[in-house]
Design a protein around this ligand. Sequence first.
Ligand code: IMP
Length: 427
Amino acid sequence: MPALVLLGAQWGDEGKGKATDLLGGSVDYVVRYQGGNNAGHTVVVGDQKYALHLLPSGILSPDCVPVIGNGVVVDPAVLLSELRGLEERGVDTSKLLLSGNAHLITPYHTTMDKVSERFLGKRKIGTTGRGIGPTYADKINRVGIRVQDLFDESILAQKVEAALDQKNQILAKLYNRRAIAAEQVVEELLGYADKLRGYVCDTTLVLNDALDEDKVVLFEGGQGTLLDVDHGTYPFVTSSNPTAGGACTGSGVGPTRIGRVIGILKAYTTRVGAGPFPTELFDEDGEKLRAIGGERGVTTGRDRRCGWFDAVIARYATRVNGLTDFFLTKLDVLTGWERIPVCVAYEIDGRRVDELPYSQTDFHHAKPVYEMLPGWSEDLSGAKTFEDLPKNARDYVKALEEMSGAPVSAIGVGPGRDETIQINPFL
Ligand code: IMP
């Protein structure tokens, strides 16, 4: 059975938690391959609501092994507190597997994230302040600390000292901050070693063996396509690769082993943090989307910027991820509009442009070209099949599908686990 990838097709927060959880019951392994606790999934199980930041949402399914791959950056304090929180609510977390090659977010990474954002002032990225960018920067600079370093005290001390030698200069001389003592960081990190040891293994080996044994392996992307450091709206992006290729590098599973790439697509668009967003609304419609859609960040509590559906972005996501399917979420939020605008192309400096421009300047100048689709007023939450949807809602989905370049295989019509219409099975 080839592996599946589930990823955000827009700027993140498309409702991936629900999609992963929907599959969780029939999936043997759910793998996170990039990002860290900058992500946030809300999963509703019965009357319980879970907010997960670092753990794969498959942790809520009893028969599923959750895996944190090598491409993830792990804040050990956050990981342990998330595990504890779930255990207190009766969730079995003992099956978690953590790659020994994943990089650790340390207190100095979080500090660097915050001070550098402050230093950027008007030009700031609007990061989540969780230390994500500085940790990936250290990884690429080859001065990072990995999970496996926790188990060799002398190596850990040498690596932390080397990293801080440099960083303390920057903190003191550039940002006018106090230096961070290496011994203190080492002591804190060593305090996590025994608590994490039991989860750590060679996840690459485990996952490839699982695929050899015909197990179902699901890769769960954090953030979204347009936040990808290579393919997103750089520099207003996260520091990892949420796109499909990231599933391979972030897990050690080769591309030939992946059979299906499912893009999670919200029926409208949202974005958190700074950066261009052509269909953003600054009026009552935007407020209404935010209120009805509950568009507030799970991780940061920040209000999300809201706008209409952008088919140019959806097409782009199909292209750079090789999407085979879409999971269209939050269709119910659009109930009650007489007409729903959908962005079909951009106007850039007087020209019509049908594909996402690769030039940052062009994208900043892009104005949406809208097509108006008829809305509906019926409640969608009870719909079990595509045919149960009102005609205008069906037409809306069909139009989006045609514009976006991949079939819509599932539709979310409410936040609950069972409020989903499955059109084509994913497995
Ligand atoms: P960072 O990932 O904290 O470095 O933040 C970089 C950019 O990615 C900022 O614009 C964040 O708001 C955005 N971002 C990071 N994680 C998420 C997410 O899970 N959903 C939506 N936006 C995110």
